[in-house]
Design a protein around this ligand. Structure first.
Ligand SMILES: Cc1cc2nc3c(=O)[nH]c(=O)nc-3n(C[C@H](O)[C@H](O)[C@H](O)COP(=O)(O)OP(=O)(O)OC[C@H]3O[C@@H](n4cnc5c(N)ncnc54)[C@H](O)[C@@H]3O)c2cc1C
Length: 451
């Protein structure tokens, strides 16, 4: 049943924010205390700190530590209301947003809209790869990956066939960006350090770990020097890094790639395949872009004006991963600063509604990027400054701790990191049948429903 369009009582300027990720939450928090009512809508009930997802996938920390309840995060913000529902439609002419949670549908009327629904995994038109090589964008993904990775070791204990064991213990990661590199480093740590003395029938160090990328270097945004250093650090961990390797097929058994240098074709057989090679903006970006008559790029990002508004719609802002502006990268800082910028402009408009039409361009401040390669080794790039090794690792820990939401989560993360650094244990490598199978079953069930 669909109710009449909803807007909060009291007649204040109503800001609807779609997506409570890095950008959407930053926008909502920046509007705290302003003369507006905020409705923050997200299909998930938690705010996810994606940069630490790989630590969940490899059992270093638990899911809750990087995914606090959005409703509780907004507990002390009187002008914000959270709605747990998926936005299925936006009409920028009638200024409405439709959100659905199972049998419940509600239409919201807004004065200002901040579109912050982020991005998802892209398989570059080969969506069928997803079944065999899941990506890592959500908690479900990370928990499923953890279950696949740990299950492979458990099954290897149960076979005496060396070929089968080799298949089970072969991990193939596609995509040598920060996510692929961080995940690869952690799988190598599991095999070479964490799990070495807990299985009786085989040595976990016999695991083969491949990292493939079509690019000629790992971590392209970090530049050649850091790329080379990272590759060497991964190789020291026993990772087989294959560059210029364009993946052409993924199936249950194997990954096939073409060597871009000599056009030769290679097939790697392995039980665990992971995809971290591409992103596509939330489909809502295209929806809004088409209505506003503005360009949407190949990755589905909607072009914005310099102030982050979309086309002629000065009350519609697009921020974060789905925004196409000056080729800014899909980074947490871009999203958070974009959210704060849109919030600032809305607050100014509300204050001076009748007196000023001035706007302000979004001026992104690049605070640098970083990636962890292994225990005690990270790379950091801040402008021309490049840091590697232990100092980089400490910088990574400090910065990520700062952005993690909630004091308790920070404390528990530090305890887990310390445990991992000083001992060989990880506290979160439990797996459940639900993690292993539920998502595929749900996906299949919903595909059948659509038919
Ligand atoms: C594994 C991984 C590691 C990363 N590591 C780093 C890193 O180290 N450093 C860094 O700077 N960046 C990193 N990033 C990128 C960074 O996380 C993103 O750039 C940032 O989260 C983008 O913020 P956003 O607000 O645009 O989108 P998100 O944070 O993704 O938030 C989008 C929100 O919208 C919600 N949503 C989507 N569709 C709908 C809908 N239809 N209805 C309702 N809600 C919807 C989603 O549930 C989500 O909560 C990483 C990303 C990943 C996946």
């Amino acid at each position: 049943m669909t109710d009449a369009p909803f807007r909060p009582n009291g007649g204040r300027h109503h800001v609807v924010i779609v997506g409570a990720g890095m950008g959407g939450l930053a926008a909502a928090q920046k509007l705290k205390g302003e003369n507006v009512d905020i409705t923050l809508i997200d299909k998930k009930n938690h705010h996810l700190f994606q940069p630490m997802l790989y630590q969940v996938a490899t059992g270093m920390i638990s899911a809750g530590e990087i995914a606090p309840s959005t409703r509780q995060l907004l507990r002390n913000q009187d002008n914000a209301n959270f709605v747990n529902a998926e936005v299925t439609d936006i009409d920028i002419k009638s200024q409405t947003v439709t959100a659905v949670n199972d049998e419940f549908t509600r239409v919201f009327e807004y004065d200002s809209l901040i579109l912050a629904s982020g991005s998802g995994q892209s398989y570059f038109g080969n969506d069928h790869f997803a079944e065999f090589a899941p990506g890592m964008k959500s908690l479900d993904d990370a928990l499923e990956l953890r279950s696949r990775i740990i299950s492979a070791f458990e099954k290897a204990e149960l076979t005496d066939d060396p070929k089968e064991r080799e298949r089970l213990l072969t991990f193939i990661i596609v995509g040598a960006g920060p996510t692929g590199v961080e995940l690869t480093g952690q799988i190598a740590e599991l095999a070479n350090r964490t799990l070495t003395d807990v299985y009786s029938n085989f040595s976990t160090t016999s695991a083969k770990i491949y990292l493939l990328d079509g690019a000629p270097q790992v971590l392209p945004p970090f530049g050649k020097r850091l790329g080379r250093k990272s590759q060497r650090a991964l190789e020291k961990l026993g990772v087989d890094v294959r560059l210029n390797a364009m993946v052409t097929d993924v199936n249950e058994e194997s990954v096939t790639y073409k060597n871009m240098k000599d056009d030769s074709e290679h097939t790697l057989t392995g039980a665990i395949k992971i995809w971290s090679a591409g992103v596509a903006a939330s489909p809502l970006a295209r929806l809004v872009g088409e209505q506003a008559g503005v360009e949407v790029d190949r990755a589905g990002r909607v072009s914005t004006n310099e102030d982050l508004t979309v086309g002629e719609y000065s009350n519609v802002y697009a921020i974060g991963d789905l925004m196409g502006l000056n080729r800014l990268p899909g980074l947490a800082q871009v999203a958070m600063q974009g959210g704060a910028h849109a919030a600032k402009l809305i607050a100014a408009k509300v204050d001076e509604e009748s007196t000023s039409n001035e706007t302000e361009a979004f001026d992104y401040f690049d605070k640098g990027t970083m990636a962890i390669i292994s225990r005690g080794y990270a790379i950091v790039k801040m402008g021309k400054t490049e840091i590697t090794g232990f100092v980089g690792w400490l910088a990574w820990l400090g910065l990520h701790l700062m952005y993690l939401q909630g004091f308790r989560n920070r404390l528990v993360a530090v305890v887990n990191w310390a445990q991992n650094f000083f001992t060989r244990s990880r506290s979160n490598i439990e797996i459940t049948k639900q993690q292993a199978y539920a998502r595929n079953i749900i996906d299949n069930a919903s595909k059948q429903e659509v038919k």
